[in-house]
Design a protein around this ligand. Structure first.
Ligand code: NI
Length: 156
């Protein structure tokens, strides 16, 4: 396993649209392993492949709940609750900054695991938020596009 370099805001790779993974090969498995290691080391609750310079639709999330590490290949939001919440979020690609972001309170997400099996996750609260945040990264969307910056003195 290896730590990967996390790209920071201003890097064009963060603004590019990631491509679907068409073949689950050893490179994808290595990438998943390295992304998880990089996320835990940072530390962060999620990481998307574009954040380590790879334009593939791959995310890892761990919000420290009973789900543990979630790895998703080609994740897709298939249902979004009408109810929304505002919560403070940070991003490993925007160090030190925090934003209040409005997002759906619940989402249903579909994707593949590392063995190519379909996974469906029904998430709410912080996990729902983390999944939406990471999936945004796959489309080049960052917190600065949808959040309201919180002054440093008011950050949690
Ligand atoms: Ni982020």
């Amino acid at each position: 396993m290896a730590l990967l370099k996390i790209r920071k805001v201003g890097d064009p790779v963060l603004r590019s649209k990631a491509k679907e993974v068409v073949k689950l090969n050893a490179q994808v498995i290595d990438l998943l392993d390295n992304m998880a290691e990089t996320m835990y080391k940072a530390p962060g609750a999620g990481l998307a492949a574009p954040q380590v310079g790879v334009l593939q639709r791959i995310i890892v999330v761990d919000v420290n709940d009973e789900n543990g590490l979630i790895e998703l290949i080609n994740p897709e939001i298939i249902r979004t609750s009408e109810e929304q919440t505002v919560l403070e979020e940070g991003c490993l690609s925007i160090p030190g900054a925090a934003y209040n972001v409005i997002r759906a309170r619940q989402v249903k997400v579909k994707g593949l695991d590392r063995k190519g099996r379909e996974i469906i996750i029904e998430a709410e609260g912080y996990l729902a938020r983390a999944l939406q945040h990471e999936i945004d990264h796959l489309d080049g969307v960052l917190l600065i596009d949808k959040g309201i910056k919180i002054p440093e003195s008011n950050q949690l």
